[in-house]
Design a protein around this ligand. Structure first.
Ligand SMILES: *Cc1c(COP(=O)(O)O)cnc(C)c1O
Ligand code: SF4
Length: 310
């Protein structure tokens, strides 16, 4: 109802949103809502966060854990699917609830909630010398306090075989003020090569506050990548993808992956035919510099990498 008031949305849309939010509640920061166009129920940012009735239709084949992540769990919160790198589900929380989230049914309650609870995972990483890279993912790792993050980074940097730290986060996009001086200091100061992978789906998300946050990160020596998800009614046109890629590289953010939607329960209404994705990416390649074109990928359970579709 607050969102409806802020954006002047019709009553039927709001009633549907209340029904759609039953299994995954609506949650969006005001900084992000401010970039939406009032009165436009088709706004590409609004569509990412607004629950709809279709979420309650369990489409056939849609699973709670489509990527079989339970199989990849080494210790609570520590996943390894690919050689040389592991992923920590650092937190169950996010600053925004994206309706298409593939981890919307993830058993986050089992994720460790304090640094002490992370000891089994840290022991495992310390003992496994094949791990060169640690990915902090989630949820969103930047919901942690700067002090906790600094301590975790220090612990990882003390493991000689760990060379790289990667942070998967949407926070600098949805709340750019999260890019605090202390955070920049931690990232600038570590011996680990640190890469940050953002998540923006539409050029309209990348306003001047986001541009400043991205600039501060790059200036701190942190290369920025972006992953997007191909979503019906949000960014499933050549024009939308082209505008996103151009805006990203103008901000020194390299488009990394364009993900095919993972078919988790309740997200079927965002699905885009694979052929559409292939055609869009092929057309981007004829229009943009090579570094400005993401790889269109899909995750296949059991595979040793994301599978490139285009
Ligand atoms: C996607 C993913 C990665 C990262 O894959 P890259 O191709 O290196 O970006 C790592 N671990 C897990 C569990 C993943 O799902
Ligand atoms: S920010 Fe990422 S993990 Fe969080 S709800 Fe959105 S897609 Fe899911």
């Amino acid at each position: 109802r607050q969102l409806a008031e802020l954006l002047d949305l019709p009553k039927d849309v709001i009633e549907a949103a209340i029904r759609g939010a039953r299994s995954f509640r609506l949650f969006a920061p005001r900084e992000f809502i401010r970039r939406m166009e009032p009165g436009n129920v088709h706004d590409p940012l609004l569509r990412q966060v607004l629950p709809v009735d279709a979420e309650n239709d369990a489409a056939e084949g849609d699973a709670a854990d489509p990527l079989e992540e339970a199989v990849a769990e080494v210790t609570p919160g520590l996943l390894q699917k690919y050689p040389g790198r592991c992923l920590l589900i650092t937190s169950g929380a996010c600053a925004v609830h994206c309706r298409y989230c593939f981890r919307r049914h993830f058993p986050y309650d089992a994720v460790p909630r304090s640094l002490a609870a992370w000891e089994p995972a840290l022991d495992e990483i310390g003992a496994n010398r094949s791990l060169e890279e640690v990915i902090l993912s989630g949820g969103d790792p930047l919901v942690w306090t700067d002090a906790m993050l600094a301590e975790l980074v220090e612990r990882l940097a003390a493991m000689r075989h760990v060379k790289r730290l990667r942070i998967h986060t949407r926070l600098p996009i949805v709340i750019p003020q999260r890019t605090t001086p202390q955070l920049l200091e931690t990232l600038r100061g570590t011996r680990l090569a640190t890469w940050l992978v953002l998540h923006a789906n539409h050029a309209q998300e990348l306003d001047t506050a986001v541009a400043d946050a991205a600039g501060a990160l790059v200036d701190a020596g942190v290369p920025l990548l972006n992953q997007a998800v191909l979503l019906r009614g949000v960014n499933d046109t050549l024009a939308a993808q082209e505008a996103l890629c151009r805006r990203l590289v103008d901000l020194r953010i390299t488009p990394y992956y364009l993900h095919r939607l993972d078919r988790v329960r309740g997200v079927g209404h965002f699905a885009v035919p694979e052929e559409t994705g292939r055609a869009i990416v092929a057309a981007l390649r004829d229009r943009l510099p090579g570094y400005a074109v993401p790889q269109f990928v899909e995750e296949v359970p059991g595979a040793l990498s994301k599978q490139v579709l285009a």
